[in-house]
Design a protein around this ligand. Structure first.
Ligand SMILES: NC(=O)c1ccc[n+]([C@@H]2O[C@H](COP(=O)([O-])OP(=O)(O)OC[C@H]3O[C@@H](n4cnc5c(N)ncnc54)[C@H](O)[C@@H]3O)[C@@H](O)[C@H]2O)c1
Length: 394
């Protein structure tokens, strides 16, 4: 395909997720290329521009949108600036792939929905796990009713983000920084230190699985949550969050997320679904290393050997969620249909999906702060004036 026929994509924010997810996915797809990027951080900007030989390189997204002749935009800036970036890109009539969490306040979430409607443009929210072949296979199996009634879903997702401000780990971090490797920047540690993030790791990552539960076909009816701060002197938010949700089919959903499990930084992400006819288990590989997810199913005939049967995904483990998400987005932009959907029905997450996901995330924090359960009936009443962009002293 000639370059003149390719879709010209502009990136707003060119950090981690662009280096490991969107950049490689655009290249792998082959129908598009990164025509321009904008990022206020010169290190991230130059690193990306050099690797992908990007011609239009900008500090400010407005200059990029003004001067470049783009076909689409991918927004991968921190969530507190997503709304502004969506509004400015939408005003130029450009289709958008915007990262999750959509925003840190309901007001900004609504601004994103409104911008899409006002300018009549397509917005895909980056709930990329919907494109993970393993989750697509699980959704299919649940739709085929292989487990019968679902009783419980449990997700355990742990990282290891140690205290890098002191001790020998702190010294290593300082030395690395002297040699040009800034751990905070490299791993986007604003998630754990910047009050604008609106919450700790739960705020950043709970949206993935709250969305996946809905993708599996269930709605959330109620949340109850506990959080714990392990390093209150250096981090404004929780390090541990354990939320339990009641689902529309009567099942209980347990989401257990912490960043204090000693081990590899992105160490552990597993899930279990228990139903009356059996159980499903999955082990997610490290997304940044492009490892696929392993899914197993265990029913009555599995009991004698006590082993899961592999539920292989027919969609290919080499097709990572970032590749499939980008394929879907480029399909939308070009009005083509190259992504073979695993299951019928709604596919990519809409701004409305993302808004509901953010609402349940905020409700989880409110539940933890006030020691209350929040239900679907009073969800928006409870969280409308609830602000999380300040240190959480609960
Ligand atoms: N879908 C996923 O699996 C996934 C994975 C990682 C990150 N994310 C999301 O992607 C977003 C970015 O995360 P990251 O890990 O790449 O963080 P990062 O810090 O590595 O990158 C963010 C980049 O945005 C830039 N930026 C800040 N303000 C900006 C502005 N006003 N205009 C343009 N650029 C600006 C920063 O300089 C930085 O280079 C977040 O919303 C995050 O939650 C999603």
């Amino acid at each position: 395909m000639k370059q003149s026929e390719k879709t010209k994509i502009g990136l707003i924010g060119a950090g981690n997720i662009c280096r490991v997810g969107h950049g490689p996915a655009i290249t792998a797809d082959g129908r598009a290329y990164v025509a321009a990027i904008s990022d206020p951080d010169p290190y991230n900007r130059e690193l990306f521009a050099k690797k992908y030989k990007v011609k239009g390189v900008y500090e400010d997204h407005r200059a990029m949108l003004e001067r470049e002749d783009l076909d689409a935009v991918v927004i991968s800036s921190p969530p507190w600036v997503h709304a502004r970036h969506v509004e400015d890109s939408a005003a130029k009539g450009l289709p958008i792939l915007c990262e999750k969490p959509m925003a840190t306040t309901l007001e900004n979430g609504r601004a994103i929905i409104e911008a899409g409607k006002k300018h009549n443009i397509y917005i895909l929210m980056g709930h990329c796990k919907r494109f993970e072949p393993g989750h697509q296979r699980i959704r299919e199996l649940l739709m085929e009713n292989v487990l019968g009634r679902i009783f419980q879903i449990s997700i355990f997702w742990y990282f290891f983000i140690p205290n890098l401000s002191e001790g020998w780990l702190g010294n290593v971090a300082k030395k690395l920084k002297k040699h040009g490797f800034d751990v905070d920047r490299q791993f986007g540690f604003w998630r754990y230190s910047d009050v604008r993030a609106g919450g700790g790791d739960f705020f950043d990552h709970a949206p993935h699985y709250i969305d996946i539960i809905r993708f599996y076909g269930m709605e959330i009816e109620q949340v109850s949550c506990e959080t714990k701060r392990c390093y209150p002197d250096i981090r404004p938010f929780e390090d541990i969050a354990v939320a339990t949700f009641k689902l529309s089919n009567g099942a209980i959903f347990l989401y257990d997320k912490n960043v204090v499990r000693t081990g590899w930084p992105y160490g552990f992400e597993r899930g279990y679904i228990y139903g009356e006819k059996g159980k499903l288990a999955f082990k997610a590989g490290h997304a940044y290393q492009k490892r696929g997810m392993k899914v197993g199913i265990y029913r009555l005939p599995n009991i004698p050997l006590n082993l899961y049967t592999s539920a292989l995904s027919p969609y290919g483990t080499k097709n990572t969620m970032f590749y499939r998400q980008m394929k879907f987005f480029i399909d939308k932009v070009r009005d083509e249909h190259t992504l073979k959907n695993a299951v019928d029905g709604a596919w990519g997450a809409t701004p409305e999906d993302s808004y509901l996901t953010m609402a349940w995330t905020l409700a989880s924090y409110k539940s933890a702060r006030d020691g209350i359960k929040i239900t679907r009936d009073n969800l928006f009443k409870e969280i409308e004036d609830f602000q999380t962009c300040q240190p959480h002293d609960w």
